[in-house]
Design a protein around this ligand. Structure first.
Ligand SMILES: Nc1nc2c(ncn2[C@@H]2O[C@H](COP(=O)(O)OP(=O)(O)O[C@H]3O[C@H](CO)[C@@H](O)[C@H](O)[C@@H]3O)[C@@H](O)[C@H]2O)c(=O)[nH]1
Length: 370
C-alpha cells in the first residue's frame, strides 16, 4: 500500500468514497453484471480499474477509503482490496444507482465525524497526471469545507451525450482554491442538440464523476427533494443490519439527478477545472484510443493474452480473454472481444451500440450471458 504523502494530514478530515456498482454494458462481453468493468484490468497495467482508483487516492487520504458495492460483488472486491477494513466496505443488497450508494457512505461518515468531508470517485475511470489530480482534489476539498458541493470538470472535446455538463460561472474567491469557479447549472446527459450547443458556447465542462462535499451537506442537499431517503440512510448507518429491510424502499436514482442538478440551481455547486488525463473508458472504441495513447502503438491494440493474437494487416482492438487464438486478417477498425462463452465482432464505429446487444440478449432470456 502506498503511504500517505507528506501533506496527507492536511486532508485528515477527508474520506475517499468509491461507489462500485455500474456494469459498463457497452464493454460486453468483457464487462457483465457478474464481473463488471471496475473489476477488470483494461489497460494491461496489472491492476483493475477499482484497484487503480484506490491506488491513486491512498497518497491523499491514506487508509480512509470506503467502497460501496453490491452483495454480488463484495467477495471479488474484498479479494482485490485485501487491506480494506470490514467497516469500510459497505455492501448494498441490490443496485439502486449512485445516490443511495454515496448517500449511505455519507450517513456512515457523518456518524464518525460530523465535519467529515467525502470525495466520491467513480470506480472505473483511467486517470493520468497524478500530481495535477492531487492538486485539484485538494482545491476541491478547500471549497467543500465552506459548504459547497464541488465537482471536477473536464474540458469537453466532442458533444458527448453520456456525461453531465457543468456551466462555469464567476470565480468566487476561496482561499487555497485559485482555480475553483461558481456554477449555476448542472445538466446530466443532455440530448445531442443541447450537447452541441454547450460545446459551441465553450462555457461548459464535463462532469468527471467526482464529487467533494461535507457528508452532512450532501445529506442536507439530498433532503430537499428526498427526505425519506435521508431518513432511511441515517437509520441504516445507525443500525447496519437493518439495511436488509430498508434498502429495497430506496428510489433508484443517480447523485447527478438527485443532488447535483437541484443543488446547482440553488447556487450550492462549485467546479474545479481538471486539466489531467481522464478517460471513462465507456466503450471499446475509447479503449482502443486509450491504449494507443498509452504507448501500445501497433495498429492493432491487444488486451489480454498477446500470444493468442495473430495480426495480419488489421487495425482496431482485440481483447483475447477466451483462451483461443484470435487471427485478424486485413480488416480495418475491427473490434474482437473473445471470452469463454461469447464473442463480439464489430467495428469501432458501432461500439456505442453494444448496449443494445445486451438488451436484446436479455429480451431473449439470456441474462446468463449479460
Ligand atoms: N455501489 C453502487 N455504485 C454504483 C451504482 N450505480 C452506479 N454506481 C457507481 O457510480 C459511479 C458512476 O456511475 P455510472 O453509472 O458509471 O455513471 P455514468 O452513467 O457514467 O455517469 C456519471 O459519470 C459521468 C462520467 O463518467 C458523468 O459525466 C455523469 O455526470 C455521471 O456522474 C461508478 O463508479 C459506478 O460504478 C449502484 O447501484 N451501486
Amino acid at each position: 500500500m502506498a503511504p500517505p504523502d507528506e501533506d496527507a494530514s492536511e486532508l485528515s478530515d477527508v474520506t475517499a468514497v468509491i461507489p462500485a456498482g455500474g456494469v459498463g454494458t457497452r464493454l460486453w462481453p468483457l464487462s457483465r453484471a457478474s464481473a463488471p468493468k471496475f473489476l477488470h484490468d483494461l489497460t494491461g497495467g496489472g491492476r483493475s480499474l477499482l484497484q487503480a482508483t484506490v491506488d491513486r487516492l491512498r497518497p491523499l487520504v491514506g487508509d480512509r477509503v470506503v467502497v460501496v458495492t453490491g452483495a454480488r460483488h463484495a467477495d471479488a472486491v474484498r479479494a482485490q482490496l485485501p487491506d480494506i477494513a470490514a467497516a469500510d466496505l459497505l455492501v448494498e443488497p441490490s443496485p439502486r444507482d449512485s445516490m443511495p450508494a454515496v448517500g449511505l457512505a455519507a450517513a456512515v461518515l457523518e456518524r464518525r465525524d460530523p465535519d467529515a468531508v467525502l470525495g466520491s470517485f467513480a470506480a472505473d475511470h483511467v486517470i493520468g497526471d497524478l500530481d495535477v489530480f492531487a492538486d485539484r482534489v485538494r482545491q476541491a476539498v478547500h471549497v467543500a469545507r465552506t459548504g459547497s458541493l464541488v465537482t471536477l470538470g473536464i474540458s469537453p472535446t466532442y458533444p458527448a451525450t453520456g456525461f453531465g455538463y457543468i456551466r462555469v460561472g464567476d470565480a468566487r474567491r476561496v482561499p487555497g482554491a485559485p482555480d475553483a469557479r461558481h456554477t449555476d447549472a448542472f445538466v446530466e446527459k443532455p440530448d445531442a442538440q443541447t450537447a452541441r450547443r454547450y460545446l459551441e458556447t465553450g462555457d461548459h465542462l464535463w462532469n468527471a464523476g467526482m464529487f467533494v462535499v461535507r457528508a452532512a451537506v450532501l445529506l442536507e442537499l439530498l433532503e430537499a427533494a428526498h427526505p425519506d431517503m435521508v431518513r432511511e440512510l441515517r437509520r441504516i448507518a445507525a443500525d447496519p443490519p437493518s439495511i436488509e429491510q430498508r434498502w429495497g424502499s430506496l428510489p433508484r436514482i443517480s447523485i447527478d439527478h438527485a443532488v447535483a442538478e437541484p443543488a446547482a440551481r440553488a447556487g450550492r455547486v462549485a467546479v474545479v477545472p481538471a486539466p489531467f488525463a481522464w478517460d471513462d473508458v465507456g466503450d471499446f472504441a475509447s479503449l482502443a484510443t486509450l491504449l494507443a495513447r498509452t504507448g501500445q502503438d501497433e495498429a492493432l491494440k491487444v488486451l489480454g493474452d498477446r500470444r493468442l493474437v495473430v495480426n495480419e494487416g488489421s487495425t482496431g482492438l482485440v481483447a483475447a480473454h477466451g483462451g483461443r487464438t484470435v487471427v485478424t486478417l486485413g480488416v480495418d477498425d475491427v473490434v474482437v472481444v473473445d471470452t469463454p462463452d461469447a464473442v463480439l465482432v464489430t467495428t469501432r464505429a458501432h461500439c456505442q451500440d453494444v448496449k443494445g446487444v445486451v438488451a436484446t440478449l436479455q429480451r431473449l432470456g439470456r441474462e446468463d450471458l449479460t
